[in-house]
Write a protein that binds this ligand. Structure first.
Ligand SMILES: CC(C)(COP(=O)(O)OP(=O)(O)OC[C@H]1O[C@@H](n2cnc3c(N)ncnc32)[C@H](O)[C@@H]1OP(=O)(O)O)[C@@H](O)C(=O)NCCC(=O)NCCS
Length: 185
């Protein structure tokens, strides 16, 4: 399967919401910006601290679409009524490097669409695509130590914790450990 911008992978209902899981496309920038800024607003445990502009989001989208076409990213947006309500994906360093069978994972779901199974469903779609297209054997991930939701999501998806980096993140005035985990496919 060739991964192209806009390619639909699945459509499924979650709590009465019909959600399309597809690859991102250039026109997604405004909606993707609202999605990520929503996470920043609620001070979710994501790396961004400040809201981003449409110009920055367009650059991110352009880079992401290029990486998808180069075989270095598999990114699915979850879309409900034309708005992005979640993003899940994996990235790898290269297509022919010593670690091209290893992918790094990220996920997020907007408030209002949580606890419906969207993150787990989107993540499993991404892992299946990576396994088939990239022959991915290992998925790496991490989360902020006080992010209980993410810890439970990772456990549910079969990740195993291998350690933690003390004080690797800072939220407000507090340094918090980063938990490192992996999953074998
Ligand atoms: C973490 C996050 C991605 C989960 O998304 P979601 O769509 O709600 O997750 P799912 O509905 O697929 O739930 C999967 C599992 O995660 C865990 N989980 C999700 N929300 C939870 C909550 N509020 N409390 C405890 N566990 C929770 C549960 O184990 C759940 O499985 P279960 O419902 O069978 O018990 C979402 O809360 C989010 O985007 N949070 C803000 C950003 C973030 O933390 N991203 C992860 C960075 S590593």
């Amino acid at each position: 399967m060739k991964f192209e911008p806009g390619l639909v992978i699945s459509i499924k209902e979650f709590g009465g919401n019909r959600i399309t899981f597809r690859f991102p496309k250039a026109g997604d920038a405004p909606s993707a910006m609202r999605y990520i800024n929503g996470l920043v607003d609620e001070e979710a445990r994501v790396l961004l601290r400040e809201k981003i502009t449409l110009v920055e989001e367009k650059k991110w989208l352009k880079r992401t679409i290029s990486s998808i076409l180069e075989g270095k990213a598999i990114t699915l947006v979850a879309v409900c009524d034309g708005e992005i309500c979640g993003i899940a994906g994996v990235d790898r360093r290269g297509v022919d490097t010593a670690d091209s069978h290893v992918a790094s994972y990220h996920v997020g779901v907007s408030r209002g669409f949580r606890r419906l199974g969207v993150a787990s469903y989107a993540s499993r779609l991404v892992f299946d695509l990576a396994k088939k297209a990239w022959k991915t054997k290992v998925v790496k991930s991490s989360y902020v130590a006080d992010n209980i939701k993410s810890a439970r999501l990772h456990r549910k998806l079969g990740f195993k914790v291998v350690g933690r980096i003390p004080k690797a993140t800072k939220y407000g005035n507090r340094f918090i450990d980063e938990v490192i985990c992996y999953k074998e496919m």
